[in-house]
Design a binder for this molecule. Structure first.
Ligand code: PMP
Length: 410
């Protein structure tokens, strides 16, 4: 890794040279999706210019190149999450597809009537709805661990939910709406004491902190490539080998079989068993390039830099009269959610957009947690490694101008 300088990092991302309403773009919608460095864009072009082929099936040179590129991306992902084996890395479309895959394979096989699934109030809809669907199908119960007024999980309440009926605990590592970093490691350890399987939603954590599935000891870990500077349409399910081996396939088709007759089909082992059809080969390769990029920058640099930005932005925004920060847990990463008294969140979002600043105003696909704080929507500024103190100053200045009724742009 090289000495970290956010200005230098920013220059690696061509889209950040865009101007919006005459001003240099400030991208603070990273929790929705992240921008791509030139190296990822170039890697995608290189794939289509020099390597493009379907994988595994053909005996020709390009098939070998494409297969090598695809499997080397799998190895990069393995290292990225510190999984013991590439057989434990399944490529999917994203976090949402990953969670649905687990619900419909592992879940259908292992969840029975009166079993319980524990989630938390912080979950994204992608980690609520698939479990509701499974519970309805099976007659199982969804239990929800509450948070305190800072937006942190109340561990004692969480522990009270765990019992011999708990089959699955499915929790986020970082809240996309508030930025809370949950005590995932402790929660996983507690769940395991009750014999429950644990899925960790890494969608919001992977771009901010080192992922380590062995240290966390989670049974499943899912994330989306597009939130970690890779392409859209590619994501990952990590599952412990002994669990994936006993999971039935999800979609049937090519690629996932060893042998097919009309009488009987023998499936591949993991990960191929879960990758029916032609996968998103180029974007998996692009994700590998994004991981390489992050390696070069150094995750410790990213975490340190973003923490400094978050502390600065929180302090400065707190000075604005009528501004309420939603989510004040001690452990936070990447997200600043707020409301501004006297303004609808869409008005704040529109005002910021007119100043070239991209944030999200809305419910962030996490309605329950916003309602827990008595609101339907918030303004969310979310950080990534290329955000600078100047970006934060632009945000603060624009918010102050709105507060003071000075909406003209200097
Ligand atoms: N979980 C969390 C915590 C998220 O932030 C998101 C994306 N906002 C998702 C799941 C869903 O990810 P995707 O839309 O990439 O499938």
């Amino acid at each position: 890794s090289y000495p970290f300088d956010a200005e230098t990092v920013k220059r690696d991302f061509p889209i950040l040279r865009e101007r919006v309403h005459g001003r240099p773009l400030v991208w603070l919608d990273n929790a929705a999706t992240t921008q791509k460095p030139q190296s990822v864009i170039d890697r995608l072009s290189y794939f289509y210019e020099h390597e493009n082929s379907n994988v595994h099936r053909a005996a020709h040179e390009l098939a070998a190149r494409a297969t090598d590129a695809y499997e080397s991306a799998r190895e990069k992902v393995r290292r990225f999450v510190n999984a013991p084996s590439t057989d434990e890395i399944v490529f999917v479309r994203g976090t949402t597809e990953g969670i649905n895959l687990i619900a419909q394979t592992w879940g259908r096989r292992n969840i029975q009537k009166d079993d319980e699934i524990v989630i938390t109030w912080l979950e994204h809809h992608a980690n609520i709805v698939p479990w509701q669907m499974l519970c309805a199908e099976k007659g199982a119960k969804l239990r929800v661990a509450p948070v305190d007024d800072t937006g942190q999980i109340i561990l004692e309440e969480y522990e009270k939910l765990l019992c011999s009926k708990t089959r699955l605990v499915s929790i986020t590592q970082v809240s996309n709406a508030l930025g809370t970093v949950t005590p995932a490691q402790k929660m996983i350890e507690m769940a395991h004491r009750y014999g429950a399987t644990v899925l960790l939603d890494g969608a919001q954590s992977v771009s901010h902190m080192r992922a380590d599935v062995q240290a966390l000891d989670c049974d499943f870990f899912v994330f989306s490539g597009h939130k970690v500077f890779g392409p859209t349409g590619i994501g990952v399910v990590y599952g412990k080998a002994e669990i994936l081996e006993h999971m039935p396939p999800w979609q049937g088709g090519g690629n996932m079989i060893q042998d097919v007759t009309f009488e009987k089909t023998v499936y591949h082992g993991p990960p191929q068993r879960f990758e029916a059809g032609t996968g998103n080969i180029a974007d998996a390769v692009g994700l590998g390039a994004a991981i390489d990029y992050l390696d070069r920058v150094g995750m410790h640099n990213v975490s340190r830099h973003e923490h400094a930005l978050l502390v600065y932005a929180t302090d400065e925004l707190s000075r604005v009269p009528g501004l309420r920060i939603i989510g004040t847990a001690k452990e936070k990463a990447g997200v600043l959610s707020f409301t501004l008294e006297g303004f609808r969140t869409e008005q704040v979002g529109e005002h910021l957009n007119r100043n070239g600043i991209a944030v999200r105003s809305g419910h962030h696909c996490a309605q329950p947690i916003l309602r827990r704080f008595g609101i339907e929507t918030s303004v969310r500024a979310s950080l990534a490694l290329y955000n600078t103190f100047e970006d934060i100053d632009r945000l603060i200045e624009a918010v102050w101008n709105l507060r003071l009724g000075r909406t003209a742009i200097a």
